[in-house]
Design a binder for this molecule. Structure first.
Ligand SMILES: [Zn+2]
Length: 157
């Protein structure tokens, strides 16, 4: 197992070597938190307001021709990350709203530990996104149907 993983790392390093410069110049890596536009905050810091923002992101995605999903990451009553689906527009099958919201929050907060954060999503996150929320240590997820209690993201189906 360990050997396989090391070998895989070595192989990916070798195959990616020619693209190393392009890889480092990727927008995600180049964009620091200071360069990101600030996030507009809802007037009310309520669960309903956070979910409403997730819905607005979903609607934005639909208007631009993407899939109907939106999500926000909240810490201490402040939206610290936002995401909407970009699967169609970026031709990326993994560009789900929750996953992008977690990446956005981690970049803005400068930490991969989101254990003080909650996620509000327009739909129940898929296995991939719950995995991302799990690894980020997001403490609770709230959706339309689980707005009262929410649930803890878990790895796997
Ligand atoms: Zn997903």
């Amino acid at each position: 197992m360990q050997f396989d993983r090391d070998r895989r790392h070595l192989l990916s390093a070798l195959t990616l070597a020619p693209f190393a410069s392009a890889w480092h110049a990727s927008p995600a890596a180049a964009q620091s938190a200071a360069e990101l536009p600030s996030i507009a905050q809802p007037a009310d810091r309520t669960k309903a307001a956070f979910l409403a923002r997730a819905r607005a992101l979903r609607d934005e995605a639909v208007r631009e021709g993407d899939q109907a999903y939106g999500a926000v990451v909240v810490r201490d009553g402040v939206i610290v990350g936002e995401g909407r689906n970009y699967v169609v527009l970026q031709t990326d099958p993994t560009a789900h709203s929750e996953l992008l919201a977690v990446r956005d929050a981690a970049r803005r907060l400068g930490t991969r530990d989101l254990s003080q954060c909650e996620v509000y999503s327009t739909a129940t996150p898929c296995a991939m996104c719950q995995g991302a929320l799990f690894w980020a240590r997001v403490r609770r997820v709230f959706t339309e149907s689980t707005l009262e209690q929410g649930f803890v993201p878990r790895l796997g189906c």
